[in-house]
Design a protein around this ligand. Structure first.
Ligand code: 5AD
Ligand code: SF4
Length: 451
């Protein structure tokens, strides 16, 4: 390939989970530190990073069509954009992408993106590069500090504390694309949290594929779990809210449950995926918990924090799932009454054990089950929102609403709340929740800005 000019502008497009959003922000900071600036709106970027997701459906096809679209849009403005494919599709199908898509200059996996700046230099010299290594914990140490490259940190920031997964649920690609479970060191996390807060974050969401499996040593060399980390972060004076996601039922500890009754800054919200309400299906999924052990766990959270908003993930149509087994999922939903939930049709992922299991479920059956499940979850979400009407709480303002003078903030229970009046992004505003819909509420402002 011929030598090209160094990119001056970039755009990072992240798909999928919040960990990808976090990675996308870190990549943007790195590009900023290299003197590359965000492409102005309406202008095609010199460098486009596709930060991809491999968890469900036609992930690779989506990447190829995005590559085509980027090349075309660039050509329309007389450019040949440099394209980098990052994220989990890069990890799983990097070589194929390189072979099939000559427009791609770089393929970089989720554990290797700290090497992006060198790869850009190579691409400028005309060399295509693939890096899907998984060097243990090398990435974070090599990244520039938060807020680098004049990137603004929003009021609600993500902080990856744990990565990877050793659970090997039979449907899931994550253990293959993100690698083994690792916990980032305590002191690095405190430092990163401090710099997020200094740069404007009032809320931090701790991230990990199994965030509650985080372990480390505190400043005095004592072994601690995620509860110890949360308690240390709660001491940062300007940090007002802490959240965490996603947890695995088997990694829950007494300390994590107890902290929901002890740490005021920890928000009353728990995302705890269950996937199915049938013990036979859970076993075939290799979940290593039962419907009953999961329900008992939730009861313990409700005992220490009665108002906790519960959230979960579900898969319908796992291979072999019978009508009766699906009904067990609906029963579990009826028992829990989730405040929010995410539900998906099973999607066979190449290389996972479930992809080659017998009795794959017909698409129409999956459609019907998903509709019934989503109707039940939607009913409960609306009921949770309606039961919140009359509550007084603070909302953290995250963005402007569509109407003039309207703002959108988040309640402690992660509900979207619209208010009208004077506000700014990052304000903490006291409201009474006044009206509820399925996806959002209206709030009546009680007091002005409190932060
Ligand atoms: N098919 C459908 N849903 C999946 N998830 C993970 N793998 C698959 C798959 N192969 C869902 C699970 C998980 C969430 C992040 O995505 O519910 O909790
Ligand atoms: Fe995937 Fe299961 Fe690991 Fe979650 S716990 S990332 S669903 S393998």
């Amino acid at each position: 390939m011929k030598q090209t000019t160094a990119p001056r502008t970039y755009r990072v497009k992240s798909f999928g989970c919040q960990m990808n959003v976090y990675d996308g922000e870190r990549m943007a900071e790195m590009l900023g530190a290299k003197g590359i600036t965000p492409a102005p709106e309406g202008e095609e970027a010199d460098l486009v990073v596709l930060n991809t997701c491999h968890i469900r459906e036609k992930a690779a096809e989506k990447v190829y069509s995005d590559i085509g679209r980027i090349s075309k849009a660039g050509a329309a403005q007389g450019k040949r954009p440099m394209i980098a494919v990052a994220g989990c599709v890069a990890q799983a199908e990097g070589e194929e992408i390189m072979a099939r898509a000559p427009a791609v200059s770089m393929v970089v996996g989720p554990q290797a993106y700290h090497r992006l700046p060198e790869m850009i230099d190579k691409a400028v010299a005309g060399e295509r590069a693939t890096d899907t290594d998984m060097p243990e914990d090398a990435k974070f140490a090599a990244l520039p500090p938060r807020g680098s490259g004049r990137r603004k940190v929003g009021p609600s920031a993500f902080l990856t504390i744990q990565e990877g997964c050793d659970k090997f649920c039979t449907y899931c690609v994550v253990p293959y694309t993100r690698g083994a479970e690792i916990s980032r060191p305590y002191s690095d996390l405190l430092r990163e949290a401090e710099s997020l807060v200094e740069n404007g974050a009032c809320e931090i969401t701790l991230l990990g594929q199994n965030v509650n499996a985080w372990t480390g040593e505190d400043g005095k060399g004592r072994s601690i779990g995620m509860d110890g980390l949360v308690k240390a972060l709660a001491k940062l004076p300007d940090l007002q809210r802490i959240r965490y996601t996603t947890s695995h039922p088997n990694d829950m500890t007494d300390g994590i449950i107890a902290m929901h009754g002890e740490v005021d800054k920890l928000m009353p919200y728990l995302h705890l995926p269950v996937q199915s309400g049938s013990d036979r299906v859970l076993k075939a999924m290799n979940r290593s918990h039962t419907a009953d052990s999961y329900l008992k766990l939730l009861e313990r959270f409700r005992a220490v924090r009665p108002d906790i908003a519960l959230s979960g993930d579900f898969i319908v149509g796992f291979p072999g799932e019978s009508d009766a087994e699906f009904e067990e999922t609906l029963q579990l939903v009826d028992t829990v009454r989730y405040a929010q939930a995410f539900s998906f049709k099973y999607s066979p992922r190449p290389g996972t054990p479930a992809a080659t299991m017998e009795d794959q479920i017909a698409p129409e059956v999956m459609d019907e089950r998903l509709q019934r499940l989503q109707a039940a979850l939607g009913r409960d979400q609306l009921a949770f929102n309606q039961a919140s009407v009359g509550r007084t709480c603070d909302i953290l303002v995250e963005r402007k609403g569509k109407l003039p003078g309207q703002w959108l903030g988040k309640s402690p229970w992660l509900q979207s709340v619209f208010i009208e009046g004077d506000a700014q992004i990052g304000d903490m505003i006291r409201v009474e929740l006044a009206e509820a819909g399925p996806n959002s509420l209206k709030g009546r402002v009680l007091e002005g800005v409190s932060a």
